[in-house]
Design a protein around this ligand. Structure first.
Ligand code: ADP
Ligand code: MG
Length: 397
């Protein structure tokens, strides 16, 4: 994997720097309820401020589909950023055009300006060259620090980079280096733990890791598609019907490649999808009619933990059960704890798996926790992300 140039590799003196961040944060009543994405962008912003750059931030928020809406303005995010930086952060209601140009013109070195939600402009998601051109006029240098939006070729993630020099921010670099520990000559054995809801979301990842990993551990609702493909009765468990043929294909492939595919041997089943349901532990061949598997069982927890303990590298995506409900969180917790205790390289990706790791207070124990969501998954599939591809390579002029 070619390494990308970063803010550390370019001359920043006197520059107006346009930074694409991911401030797509949850809001409640005009307040940011989880500021982790804003916090993650701070190292790059501070790096640029310290060097006297004028820092101009772009982000999307929600899905306004090309029309402005007051509920999706970036003001709460800009306010929170100001609190975290302990500095004034200016916010304007435009993304580009004369008003934005005037605001940039008036900036002092070391200050921060937040432009309006990029998706208010219908040209953003079309990667319209006219918008990219307007944006490029606002800066001398483009920095992409939004790995989580890099799987989209939009004006703020790709188009603009064709017009002014483009480098990676520090968060982007951290994500690329973190995921490279799994993808580029990982310490062996490489154990990949996959779970979550749908097989069809993750078919490409399964396929790639069957070629590349040493062991694939599969839990979560996803495992029921595999069990169904093997002809097992899974009761009222959540089975994604389209996923069954995908699972059958993966099982067939697993028979031909060196990678071992390990499925759960036991389950925690419940009589209803509820926190206070009646539960029991059963073997995968003994799911009672009408009952549903909501977590991997204790024997599977043990097997998965031993595999993880022996790994040189572990990549995990997707919870082992309905971890949002206490009685069904043990499998997910066991995986997180085994990774935390592992001496190998540990990388977690995926919105819900990352939420689980945070819930258990184990994020600090991991080598890399990817905030990339869908982008990390696409990256793991081996896809070239447009927002990464457009960044200058090291060694390039
Ligand atoms: P990630 O965001 O980490 O990629 P997914 O979005 O694929 O993970 O899946 C997460 C969801 O899968 C969680 O909400 C979890 O409750 C659900 N899930 C996991 N196991 C089961 C199960 N056995 N039955 C129903 N839902 C499950
Ligand atoms: Mg999810």
């Amino acid at each position: 994997m070619a390494m990308k140039k970063t803010v550390r590799d370019v001359d920043l003196a006197g520059q107006r720097v346009l930074v694409r961040v991911d401030f797509n944060v949850p809001l409640d009543d005009g307040r940011v309820t989880d500021d982790s994405r804003i916090q993650a962008a701070i190292p790059t912003i501070e790096y640029l401020r310290k060097r006297g750059c004028r820092v101009i931030l772009m982000s999307h928020l929600g899905r306004p589909k090309g029309t402005p809406s007051d509920a999706l303005r970036l003001d709460p995010a800009a306010r929170r950023l100001g609190e975290l930086l302990g500095a004034d952060v200016q916010k304007i209601d435009e993304l580009s055009g004369p008003a934005a140009e005037a605001a940039v013109e008036a900036m002092l070195p070391g200050t921060v300006l937040v432009l309006e939600n990029s998706r208010f402009d219908p040209r953003e998601e079309k990667n319209d060259p006219a918008l990219a051109e307007e944006l490029a006029r606002l800066g001398d240098l483009y920095v992409n620090d939004a790995f989580s939006a890099a799987h989209r070729a939009h004006a703020t993630t790709a188009g603009i980079a064709e017009r002014i020099p483009a480098v990676a921010g520090l968060l982007m670099e951290k994500e690329l280096l973190g995921l490279a520990r799994v993808l580029a000559e990982p310490a062996r054995p490489l154990v990949v733990v996959l779970g979550g809801a749908k097989v069809s979301d993750k078919i490409m990842v399964i396929d790639r890791f069957l070629d590349f990993a040493d062991t694939l551990l599969i839990g979560g609702a996803m495992s029921f598609a595999f069990m169904r493909a093997m002809g097992k009765e899974v009761g009222a468990s959540k089975v994604e019907e389209e996923g069954v043929s995908v699972a059958a294909g993966a099982l067939e492939k697993a028979g031909r490649v060196p990678c071992r595919l390990v499925l759960p041997s036991d389950l925690v089943v419940a009589d209803r999808f509820a926190e206070d349901a009646s539960t029991q532990v059963v073997g995968v061949d003994e799911v009672p009619a009408g009952w549903m598997g909501l977590d991997i069982g204790p024997r599977t927890r043990e097997v998965f933990s031993v595999e993880i303990a022996g790994a040189g590298t572990v990549f995990w995506n997707g919870p082992m059960g309905v971890f949002e409900m206490g009685p069904f969180a043990s499998g997910t917790k066991a995986v997180a704890e085994a990774m935390a205790a592992s001496s190998g390289v540990t990388v977690v990706g995926g919105g819900d798996s990352v939420a689980a790791v945070n819930l258990f207070g184990l994020a600090e124990q991991m080598d890399h926790v990817s905030l990339g969501g869908g982008a990390s998954l696409e990256y793991m599939e081996g896809a070239e992300l447009p927002g990464v591809a457009i960044l200058a390579d090291r060694g390039e002029a």
